[in-house]
Design a binder for this molecule. Structure first.
Ligand SMILES: Nc1nc2c(ncn2[C@@H]2O[C@H](COP(=O)(O)OP(=O)(O)OP(=O)(O)O)[C@@H](O)[C@H]2O)c(=O)[nH]1
Length: 431
């Protein structure tokens, strides 16, 4: 059964069939397509504080043109669930000396973690939007190059248990980031430096700090993101020093408390800086004083959106992969199921285009999933709302809003499935 025959609305038009007797009450059906452009990039690199710093000048994004991505050869997600599961279960086709690096990407909501992960992978695997909590649970993106495999664990934005409770967030929001650190070889802390208040961006949020304190042995990277919208690039050094100080001071405090509880003096160096004396009292770095050694192994200053300096970070991660068997077959792009990918792609686009809390209240379900005769994928998703006003917003004038969501999500899905996707969104009101 083709989606068009099942669905009374024509592709690219609003379905007029409504009322109790209709097959799809109050629905709108679309299938649309689009494209975009890209620029060139320059790189500037400087070294300071014992860490490598990578600062972008102007840049571009390989993700800017989704059609060019679809044309890329490479791993992609199988559209049939069983085929996808079988692909994940394949014995890795690794070389004789395989290398692996599992990277947990953590940070505050909206810091740009998913954008960064997508940019490193060169494919839009994770949903991105300007609203917080786009990512709801941890999932993996896989980059395999020569003998090295990088598994990027994209995690939900860190949030406190009380905030999570207040907003009715799923348990994965508080559990997944911590759990991902337990599976990782390195933690990448993504910080949004675009906040106009220097004071705010010079402080690690409590949740990020807690994650690092619970895993002090895990090597860590600091990625200062969104430098494209940072006016004073000279602030980057100060931000790095302050963020590093936050962790060093917290670890020193933890060590003192543990030593006091054990009735002894703190001794020995922290695992991150073997051979160095742990600071008894860490003082906040002074602008013209001697800066303390950076807590973070390396610091990158990037624009995940434009891709500036992301290639440097990608090369760094590949070079740091350790001798270890691969986790996945080289044909794997992500561990997310095809249906989950389709739901997340639409959700992210809904979050992008709809105001305030409206997109968070939309329920989604997949009504139809079929591979067409030419390999194209036909999907029908139902979007259910409970308020007339939300229904109107979702449809937009003449159905323009839901059409835009469908078109944009379709792009995203074409890139991960590497085939034509016909996405049809049916909107339903339940009062
Ligand atoms: N200007 C600019 N915007 C960025 C950059 N990186 C990400 N963004 C934007 O920041 C917003 C949030 O990006 P996401 O990747 O969804 O952030 P996240 O950290 O995964 O968000 P959560 O799902 O809430 O955890 C989106 O609108 C991105 O386009 C960047 O380098 N520069």
């Amino acid at each position: 059964m083709s989606p068009a025959s099942q669905h009374p609305g024509n592709w690219g038009s609003v379905c007029k069939s409504t009322g109790p007797g209709s097959q799809h009450p109050g629905c709108a059906c679309y299938a649309v397509r689009a494209g975009a452009s890209r620029d060139e990039e320059d790189k500037v690199k400087l070294s300071v504080l014992g860490s490598a710093f990578h600062v972008p000048a102007q840049g571009s994004s390989p993700l800017a043109n989704p059609l060019s991505i679809s044309a890329l050869p490479g791993p992609h997600v199988r559209v049939i669930h069983d085929a996808h599961a079988a692909q994940l279960a394949l014995t890795p086709d690794q070389p004789s000396c395989p290398r692996l690096l599992r990277v947990a990407i953590i940070g505050a909501p909206n810091a740009g973690k998913s954008t960064l992960a997508n940019q490193i992978l060169g494919r839009k695997v994770f949903g991105v939007s300007r609203k917080v909590h786009t990512t709801r649970c941890t999932s993996a993106g896989v980059l395999t190059e020569d003998d090295a495999q990088i598994v990027l664990l994209d995690t939900p934005g860190l949030t406190s248990p009380s905030r999570s409770k207040r907003h009715g967030l799923a348990p994965s929001f508080t559990k997944d980031p911590q759990a991902s650190l337990e599976q990782a070889d390195v933690v990448l802390v993504c910080v949004d430096v675009s906040d106009p208040w220097l004071k705010t961006r010079c402080q690690l949020d409590a949740q990020t700090l807690n994650c690092l304190r619970k895993n002090p042995e895990l090597p860590s990277l600091l990625v200062l993101n969104k430098v494209d919208i940072l006016k004073g690039k000279s602030d980057l050094l100060e931000i790095t020093e302050a963020l590093s100080y936050d962790v060093t001071a917290a670890l020193a405090r933890d060590k003192r408390v543990a030593a006091e509880e054990a009735g002894s003096e703190p001794d020995g160096a922290g695992p991150l800086h073997e051979g160095a004396e742990p600071p008894k009292e860490v003082t906040r770095p002074r602008r013209h004083g001697r800066a303390p050694r950076s807590f973070f192994h390396d610091v990158f200053m990037v624009s995940a959106l434009n891709g500036d300096e992301v290639e440097t970070l990608r090369g760094y991660l590949l070079s740091r992969a350790r001798a270890s068997p691969w986790r996945f077959h080289s044909s794997v792009l992500t561990d997310q199921t095809p249906m989950q990918l389709s739901l997340d792609a639409v959700r992210a686009r809904l979050l992008e285009v709809l105001p305030q809390e409206v997109p968070y209240l939309i329920k989604q379900s997949v009504l139809h999933w079929e591979e067409g005769p030419s390999g194209e994928l036909h999907i029908i998703q139902q979007l259910t709302v409970t308020k007339n006003s939300h229904m109107r917003m979702l449809l937009g004038r003449g159905g323009s809003c839901v059409a835009a969501v469908s078109r944009l999500a379709q792009w995203d899905l074409s890139s991960v499935f590497m085939r034509d996707v016909r996405l049809n969104l049916s909107v339903k009101l339940i009062s």
